[in-house]
Write a protein that binds this ligand. Structure first.
Ligand SMILES: Cc1cc2nc3c(=O)[nH]c(=O)nc-3n(C[C@H](O)[C@H](O)[C@H](O)COP(=O)(O)O)c2cc1C
Length: 401
């Protein structure tokens, strides 16, 4: 669905990530939306209203009580105007005030008055994001039905690493587009927790080398997007892929199979649906060399040991009502081997990937899958885009709950 003609109010609070907003405004304007901006005083310390007025082509509102301009009920005008109110970046301070109903400036007053859908994109230092008070405020706002665009993980402006970054402008734009797109979609998984794993794992050999596989992660990322769109709280545990995590997911970046197992195990108890679309390694080197292994003229052997089978291990802790879905990729006797996995790992569904079709290869955007469930007949799906497969698969899984 087009964004053309939509009215979007952006609320900016005082975080370093304010610098990403002019570019977001340009993207929104290019897509035909009308954008207005309200800023806190702190936000104006990071970027000037002039820049935002120029890119939005609208006056920017900052003051609750403007001196030279009498605006009778500015906060109410702004609150009733938009189709969507996006607060980005949202500071820890804003989250605290919003969760407590404090309205001591124009932005928080608009937030209190608005009756239209609101999305909040927090951005802050990982310590501030991890703080239990911040998390309590986020949980409280979620409970009230506010939508969140989750902060991503990576390098921070403060030179730290961790979760707290504002997603890139393109990701924020995609979150806004997805909001209007999914307006019509059925929320089959509202309130459910879906955990998707994606991508390959890497098992280090020495400080510069690793063993890995050719999984691209595209199927897993498509599943995470589809789960979000039908209302699920979605966690994406991903190996290294280079793909951009869908805005709105709780993103956990891992590298080794052990890390993937730990990340999933920690969240398994509160997961309703686990979809293992990742390709963890079956083996890892017994020991990792501390220094780079030098090239030798003779052959040498690398000793490997099996890694933990994530699905098999977790299936022993499966609770009633939880749904476990696996993916299989076989180069021979596909259906026979997939059925064996289905049984051994006590899965509710297994999705067998095809390697036979050219358009269903590793890095492709399309795939051809066969679905196998205990006691059921094989369901062969035609070649489809991974996004389409993801939506159909999620709808099927939702019916299994
Ligand atoms: C350089 C600098 C960067 C900051 N970045 C952030 C940030 O990213 N997130 C955040 O929550 N607070 C950040 N702060 C602190 C907020 O600006 C401060 O809490 C302020 O009171 C927020 O006001 P507001 O929520 O009304 O905009 C930063 C402060 C400074 C000086």
């Amino acid at each position: 669905m087009s964004l053309k003609g939509r009215k979007i109010l952006i609320g900016m609070t005082g975080g370093i990530a304010c610098y990403k907003i002019p570019y977001l405004v340009r993207l929104l304007r290019k897509a035909g939306t009308d954008v207005r901006i309200v800023m806190t005083e702190s936000a104006t310390r990071f970027i000037t209203p002039l820049t935002l007025e120029t890119v939005s082509d609208n006056p920017v509102a900052v003051q609750m009580f403007p001196q030279h301009q009498y605006v009778s009920i500015q906060h109410i005008d702004l609150a009733v105007w938009p189709d969507l109110f996006l607060v980005a970046p949202a500071t820890a301070n804003f989250l605290g005030k919003a969760a407590s109903g404090i309205s001591d400036d124009l932005l928080t007053t608009v937030f209190c008055a608005v009756t239209k859908p609101v999305m909040i994109a927090p951005a802050m230092n990982p310590g501030m994001w991890g703080n239990q008070i911040t998390q309590k405020n986020v949980a409280c706002l979620r409970e009230f039905g506010y939508r969140f665009i989750e902060p991503t993980e990576g390098d921070m402006a403060c030179d730290e690493q961790g979760v707290g970054r504002l997603p890139e402008p393109e990701q924020l734009f995609e979150a806004v587009s997805a909001f209007f797109r999914k307006g019509a979609k059925k929320k089959l998984l509202t309130g459910r927790h879906v955990l998707v794993s994606a991508g390959p794992c890497r098992e280090p050999v020495d400080p510069v080398r690793f063993l890995s596989n050719r999984s691209s992660g595209k199927m897993g990322y498509a599943l995470a997007r589809a789960a979000l769109e039908i209302g699920a709280y979605t966690t994406l545990v991903s190996g290294p892929t280079g793909l951009i995590p869908p805005p709105g997911v709780t993103y956990v970046s891992v590298e080794t199979t052990r890390q993937m197992y730990d990340a999933i195990k920690r969240r398994f108890g509160r997961t309703d649906i686990l979809i293992m679309a990742a390709a963890p390694s079956d083996y890892r080197p017994v020991s990792v060399a501390a220094q780079k292994i030098k090239k030798q003229s003779t052959s040498w052997q690398l000793r490997l040991e099996p890694t933990t089978d994530i699905l098999k291990t977790l299936s022993t802790r499966k609770k009633t009502g939880q749904v476990l879905v696996g993916f299989a990729l076989e180069t021979e006797a596909g259906e026979v081997n997939a059925r064996k996995k289905l049984k051994d790992k006590k899965l509710d569904l297994i999705v067998l990937n095809s390697l036979r079709d050219e358009s269903a290869a590793f890095d492709s955007d399309t795939n051809k899958v066969t679905l196998l469930a205990p006691g059921g007949r094989a369901e062969r799906w035609p070649l489809m885009y991974k996004d389409e497969i993801a939506v159909k698969l999620l709808e099927k899984i939702a019916r299994m709950l």
